[in-house]
Every structure is written in structure tokens, then in C-alpha cells.
Ligand binder design. Structure first.
Ligand code: AMP
Ligand code: MG
Length: 427
């Protein structure tokens, strides 16, 4: 069943629309422009430490206490005065009692004496040194110690970890398990975090069907909303799924309006090329602002970035691989900035040795799906997943990294070092 799409007004050539004339931007420039355009969220809320994972601290946290609050032993052993350590010959000291973690020895340790001490237990008055239990010989109520020890060894001083008043975590810190533990060690049970960004997503395309529907001729299942939902959920933003939008001007505009009213950012897929049924860029151009929409990258060109109402808008391409590549190169960092994260930045790259040659024409940055594996010599080698078509979503599913081939790069020979971006932990 053919469906008529409303054409552009008479006399308007799609190529004359301002955005269509934009020259392709270099990837780095596109990234920088996006980041410069995003303002971090300022609204705050209070959450319990248990609910703080993936949240971003709104204010710096200073410690109200010394951690640890008492001098304690780093080992199971015997605590004594450093003066009692032998310089030569064997010293024998008498065991006066035991100091347990949480149950200190409350007597005074005199010269010539020691206490049995457990890891984390308070050092009794009169002691400043711990000798590991493996380094002494025990005879009934005495231990003998050989030379070779250092005064003050195996003792954790007060405030060794963090001192009272010291900066523990900076504003903008992403709270991970380590930070949750650190806050708990300071006795802090609740923190002020920034509100999570709300991100609306929708797919565009008359050919798209939802899971559970039968596919008619020429129809496919909408996969982009699911990969987008997954990537956004991993980033710890709130996702508003607005479903599939038909390829008409009216439906597209209505979807834009409803998304921008409810969300800080809108991420769509499809409808950003110059096909007859591509209304996303046009709608952004007419009713919002377009930042740019062509980037010299493969896959991924074209993508639309701009604003619609108060929301920032990312019109990603329709091809499923392009959606994921552009998300990781642009949307991820932009949302990190929106989240107020001080660690916002591009996906880190590192070098790996190419296992088999790759053909590439210079002129744009390419992101090939790669499989990174450890070689027998302990180094890392990478190969592509095979066919790199932007509709081959199974390549993303097999990959554990992107192989990033910079703009100027041509063919790359086996054995050369290439940049890779790990997907583990991201996807
Ligand atoms: P478009 O950019 O709208 O021309 O779409 C480019 C290609 O991506 C076409 O083959 C579409 O059928 C496909 N595509 C677009 N949106 C989706 C989607 N949500 N899920 C899967 N494939 C899609
Ligand atoms: Mg389409």
C-alpha cells in the first residue's frame, strides 16, 4: 500500500534548505560544538547512599571525621614500644593482654611488654610498633623477636585515609561503588545529587513495526528504540519512550513537541537524510535550531543536532549500527555534560595491534566493529567482525570494541597499531 508523503512547498528544493548546504564537519569539531551547547542540570535531590549508584554529586563532600579515628594495627601480631625492638640479638617481651578490633586493651603497656593485637585493633598506650605474628616465636606468655624491624611499622595513623575537614569527593563526581563505600566510611548516609536528565526517544519510519506485530511486505521491527533504551539506561538517565512516529510532517512535529515538553534531551532515529520521507531535519530547521547535521564519519553521516524548545535534540541516522556509533561518539558525552559529571569526555581510546588488514579511503573517520583479544604474548590484538554494513546490527552484538580509523588514514596493514574504544562497560 503506497502512502503519499506531503511534499515540500512548491518551488522548494530540499538542497536549498540551509542545513542541507552545510559542509560535513570533522568529528572532533562536531563533538566540541555539541559539548559547548549543553548546560548541566542544576536541580538537586537527596538520596540515600544505597540509591546513589550512578548519580552525580551536586556539592563537594568534606570529611567531618578522621578516618581511621584511632591508631590501629595493619597486621595480626604483637604491639610494643619501638625501643624494645632488638638491634642485635633476640629480645623477649611479655604478653600483657590482647587488643581486638572494636575491643581495645584498656591497660597500660610497660617497657618489656607487648599485647597480642588483631588487624584494625587500637594500639594501646605505650606502643607504637607492630611485629607480624609470623615474625615472632611464641613461648607461653612471651614472644621473642629477632632484629630487622622498624620503629612504627605496621601501624595505621589517625586520618591515614582522610583527615577531618579534608575534601573527600568533588562536586560532579559520579557515584560508583567505591564512592558509596567512602561516604559510608565518613558516616554519611545521604547525599545531595543532581536530578537525572530525562531523555525522550522515538523512532521514525513508516516501515517500522512493534514486537508482536506481524511484518507485512517491506516492514521491519523497530530495533533502534531498544538499543537506545539500553544505552541510555546504562548512562543512568531517565528514559521516556515515545514509540514509533510515522513519516509525515504533522506526526513528526507533534512528536517533537511532546518530547521537548517533557524531556531535557530528545534522541530520535531515522529521517535525517534527504529522502522524500525524511522530516526530522526539516522539522528541526523550521521550528527549532539546527546546530549541524553532517559529520565526516562512517557510519553516521548524516546526524542532526540542535535545539527544540528547551530540549537539546539529537537526530541520529536510521541504520541500527549508525545509531549506536553516533550515540557513543556524541550523545554519550553530551549527556554526561548534562548530568553535571566532571569526568565528561569522549569514550577513551587505546592502542591495539591489528590482526588482519583493513581497507579504508581517507576523508572521514571510520568506526569499525572490532573484536579485541589477548594474544599469547600478553598484548592485545584486534580484528573486525567482518562485514561492516551499517544495517548489520549483529556486528555490534559480536563486537567488544570499535576500531577507530582517523580521517586521514587510508588502508591499514596487519601488525599496525590502531585506536580502539572498548565497549565493555558501555554497552
Ligand atoms: P532512514 O534514515 O530513516 O532513511 O533509515 C535508514 C535505514 O535504517 C532504513 O533502512 C530504515 O529502514 C532503517 N531504520 C530506520 N529506523 C529504524 C529502526 N528504528 N529500527 C531498525 N531499522 C531502522
Ligand atoms: Mg526513515
Amino acid at each position: 500500500m503506497a502512502k503519499a508523503h506531503d511534499p515540500l512547498p512548491a518551488g522548494v528544493d530540499p538542497c536549498d534548505l540551509p542545513a542541507h548546504g552545510h559542509k560535513a564537519l570533522r568529528l572532533e569539531e562536531a563533538r566540541a560544538r555539541i559539548v559547548a551547547d549543553i548546560t548541566p542540570i542544576e536541580e538537586r535531590e537527596t538520596v540515600r547512599i544505597h540509591d546513589s549508584l550512578g548519580r552525580v554529586l551536586a556539592t563537594a563532600v568534606h570529611s567531618g571525621v578522621d578516618v581511621p579515628s584511632h591508631r590501629n594495627s595493619a597486621m595480626d601480631g604483637y604491639a610494643l614500644a619501638g625501643e624494645d625492638l632488638p638491634r642485635s640479638g633476640t629480645a623477649t617481651v611479655e604478653i600483657a593482654g590482647t587488643s581486638w578490633a572494636g575491643r581495645p586493651y584498656d591497660g597500660v603497656v610497660r617497657r618489656g611488654q607487648c599485647v597480642r593485637i588483631m588487624t584494625g585493633a587500637m594500639l594501646p598506650d605505650g606502643t607504637d610498633t607492630v611485629v607480624m605474628q609470623e615474625h615472632v616465636r611464641l613461648h607461653d606468655a612471651r614472644v621473642s623477636i629477632e632484629p630487622g624491624h622498624r620503629v612504627g611499622q605496621n601501624v595505621r595513623p589517625v586520618g591515614e585515609d582522610i583527615r577531618r575537614g579534608e575534601l573527600a569527593l568533588e562536586a560532579g563526581t559520579l557515584l560508583r561503588p567505591a564512592q558509596a563505600g567512602l561516604l559510608a566510611s565518613l558516616g554519611i548516609g545521604e547525599v545531595t545529587v543532581l536530578r537525572r536528565p530525562r531523555v525522550a526517544i522515538f523512532s521514525t519510519g513508516d516501515e517500522l513495526r512493534s514486537i508482536g506485530d506481524a511484518l507485512g511486505p517491506g516492514q521491519i521491527y523497530d530495533s533502534n528504540r531498544y538499543s537506545l533504551h539500553g544505552m541510555l539506561t546504562r548512562l543512568q538517565v531517565e528514559v521516556l519512550d515515545l514509540g514509533v512516529v510515522k513519516d509525515t510532517r504533522e506526526d513528526t512535529l507533534r512528536a517533537f513537541q511532546s518530547a521537548a515538553e517533557r524531556a531535557d534531551a530528545v534522541v530520535t532515529s531515522g529521517g535525517v537524510s534527504v529522502g522524500e520521507a525524511d522530516y526530522v531535519t526539516e522539522t528541526l530547521e523550521r521550528y527549532g535550531q539546527v546546530g549541524f547535521w553532517k559529520v565526516a564519519m562512517k557510519p553516521g553521516k548524516p546526524i542532526a543536532f540542535g535545539r527544540f524548545g528547551k530540549a537539546c535534540f539529537f537526530g541520529l541516522p536510521g541504520n541500527p549500527v549508525s545509531v549506536m556509533v553516533t550515540f557513543y561518539q556524541f550523545v554519550r558525552e553530551a549527556l554526561m555534560v548534562l548530568q553535571g559529571r566532571r569526568d565528561a569526555g569522549p569514550v577513551p581510546t587505546f592502542k591495539a595491534k591489528l590482526a588482519a588488514p583493513i581497507r579504508k579511503a581517507p576523508g572521514r573517520t571510520e568506526f569499525q566493529r572490532g573484536i579485541l583479544a589477548q594474544a599469547d604474548d600478553g598484548g592485545w590484538t584486534v580484528r573486525t567482525t567482518g562485514d561492516q554494513g551499517s544495517g548489520i546490527l549483529s556486528s555490534m552484538s559480536q563486537a567488544n570494541c570499535f576500531i577507530v580509523l582517523p580521517t586521514a588514514t587510508g588502508d591499514v596493514a596487519a601488525g599496525e597499531l590502531v585506536d580502539v574504544q572498548l565497549l565493555e562497560g558501555l554497552i
